[in-house]
Design a protein around this ligand. Structure first.
Ligand SMILES: [Zn+2]
Length: 320
């Protein structure tokens, strides 16, 4: 681990990483003392909010305030440090910070009340909680843990605050690009990988070819699985595989974890759930004027299905 001396050729053991994460605040602080020498400086308020980072009740809005609007960057940095991913995958610290900042800019592009960098930080934290509190992290490899945290952080990158249905019905550029299939989700992964084509943002620069490929396959599958249209199929597939004697498809299980984290706010405290629901409602109703403008345009000659029937489904509003 980061604090114990080891021979350079000796690889960090996964078991020891698990223990370090579970050891809590004491180890966390030791890490911070070393990592901060070359890494991200934590304001005292941020350190204070991270005392609860292993708890389901963690308040991501408090972190966002403490970090003056940088909850995603700090959450990523914190979890990459705690799972020792920077050492294991030789991730350059400045690249991780720049990548986190670039993600935050993309998440802020459309000023969404809900699908913004706080939601990304929240889902990243929730994925960590699910892995830690259920013990699933013991079942995952280090690369799979990296995939989980990375996929959670990028899963709504450059979300424009509308639904896939909106894109499809208004025949937007991205809908045309992705042939109406998981339009936004395809964009989130693609655009996040595009950032890493900049050398100084490439956090995956030191992964082997095989690691890079495996990570990419997992991340694509996980982020595409956050498309709500696949929700019932995902549940059905998992139910079915739990009844089988042969092992569970790991990528599918990981996808379900991310999907569950993405729609987890109804399972959080009332205060957090209420705040997220209000934000989601606001975002949802913001797209209505755009809709109406499109419908007026369409009624001048083109035939369209009224997309509002899908939008007004309260179930989808909660789960979007
Ligand atoms: Zn999301």
């Amino acid at each position: 681990m980061g604090m114990t001396k080891r021979r350079p050729e000796e690889k960090p053991k996964f078991r020891s990483i698990v223990h370090a994460v579970q050891a809590g605040i004491f180890v966390e602080r030791m890490y911070r003392r070393t990592s901060n020498m070359v890494g991200l400086a934590y304001p005292p308020e941020v350190i204070s909010t991270f005392k609860d980072v292993d708890k389901w009740s963690f308040d991501v809005f408090a972190l966002n305030e403490a970090s003056t609007g940088h909850s995603l960057k700090f959450m990523m940095y914190e979890l990459f440090t705690r799972y020792d991913l920077m050492n294991r995958f030789k991730i350059p610290v400045p690249s991780l910070i720049s990548f986190g900042e670039a993600l935050e800019i993309g998440y802020s592009k459309y000023k969404n009340p809900y699908h913004n960098l706080i939601h990304a930080a929240d889902v990243t934290h929730t994925v960590h909680c699910i892995m830690l509190l259920t013990g699933i992290m013991h079942w995952l490899t280090e690369l799979e843990i990296l995939a989980m945290i990375f996929a959670a952080a990028v899963h709504d990158y450059e979300h424009n605050g509308t639904t896939n249905n909106f894109h499809i019905q208004t025949r937007s550029d991205v809908a045309i690009l992705y042939n109406d299939r998981s339009v936004l989700e395809n964009h989130h992964v693609s655009a996040a990988y595009r950032i890493m084509q900049e050398e100084e943002m490439n956090i995956l620069v030191n992964l082997t070819k095989d690691e890079w490929r495996e990570l990419r396959n997992l991340v694509i599958e996980m982020v595409l699985s956050t498309d709500m249209s696949g929700h019932f199929q995902q549940i059905k597939t998992m139910r079915h595989s739990l009844q089988q004697t042969e092992g569970i498809d790991k990528a599918k299980a990981m996808s379900l974890i991310l999907h569950a984290a993405d729609i987890s706010h109804p399972a959080k405290s009332w205060e957090l759930h209420y705040r997220w629901t209000m934000a989601l409602m606001e975002e949802f109703f913001r797209q209505v004027p755009f809709f109406n403008a499109f419908l007026n345009f369409a009624s001048a000659g083109r035939s369209v299905v009224h997309p509002a029937c899908g939008f007004l489904d309260p179930f989808l509003m909660i789960m979007a």
